[in-house]
Write a protein that binds this ligand. Sequence first.
Ligand code: UD2
Length: 292
Amino acid sequence: MLAHSRNCDMPLYSPSFLEGRKDVVTVTPWLAPVVWEGTFDKDLLDTIYKPKNITVAMTVFAVGKYVQFLKDFLESAESYFMLGYRVHYYVFTDQPEAVPMVTLGSDRRLTKVKIPGSNRWQEITLGRMERIENFIETQLINQADYIFCLDVDTKFYGHWGAETLSRTVAAVHFGFFTRSRDAFTYERRPESQAYIPYGEGDYYYGGAMIAGLVEEVYKVTKTCRMWLEIDKVNSIEAVWQEESHLNKYFLYNKPTKLLSPEYLWHGTYHTDVVKIVRFTQVWKDVSKVRPN
Ligand code: UD2
């Protein structure tokens, strides 16, 4: 069994230790790791996490025409997502009969959860917070250790494993990782609970990925759901719906791990910085797939 990583075979002060990645931020100012290719040892992580016998839940919503994304999403997850771990997919959909038959690996299961459709896409995206909160409370809390809540209009292209596990995990949005905080599309109206003033903020996180220990993600979803309700009473909807609230939550409750844009990319091309594409948004014609 592998008991040490190659990087640990050298003193901490060794300049060669730094050779992993010098071109990107690999640790936040609050000392949370930022996961990039070249910063972790997959085999070593498996020796730590596999003996724990963990169960990983994954929620994905496919409502209305978004069911068309499920096949690629699930098939690619079966090729790359948490291989070797017990995985339970929960597909929230208004059309359980349209969920494709995908051959699942051993120790991997899929459950369909029927939910109503909606004539507003915004209600579907922001409604995920309340549904996940309720689902954790009523079912998942004693059934899974970690949970990943992902967008369905996406596809896996590379390894996504135990390096992504932590108490609370956020993904840095591909559109903002080279930009400074005042360019972030945070909610800027003080009337919204998602309000973040200019001059504040760490990173801009994508709403397409929330993860962590089940009990921690429960706190994320419950808090965001409460803020969304207050906004609704005050007739305001944050500029990027639940993503805006998620960014507010993580500003004041720092995630314990950040996933680099390798884990939330757009398209399949590599760059000098994003050396591997692991999970990417797929192109969609919003006028054809959204209900409004
Ligand atoms: C961004 C976020 C998304 C969410 C949204 C909020 C990224 C890459 N994406 O994407 O996570 O925060 O902004 O405005 O960070 N859905 C359906 N049926 C619908 C509409 C949506 O099932 O008719 C579900 C589906 O799982 C989809 C998700 O909601 O993946 C997010 O919707 P989107 O992908 O249309 O949102 P988008 O592209 O604006």
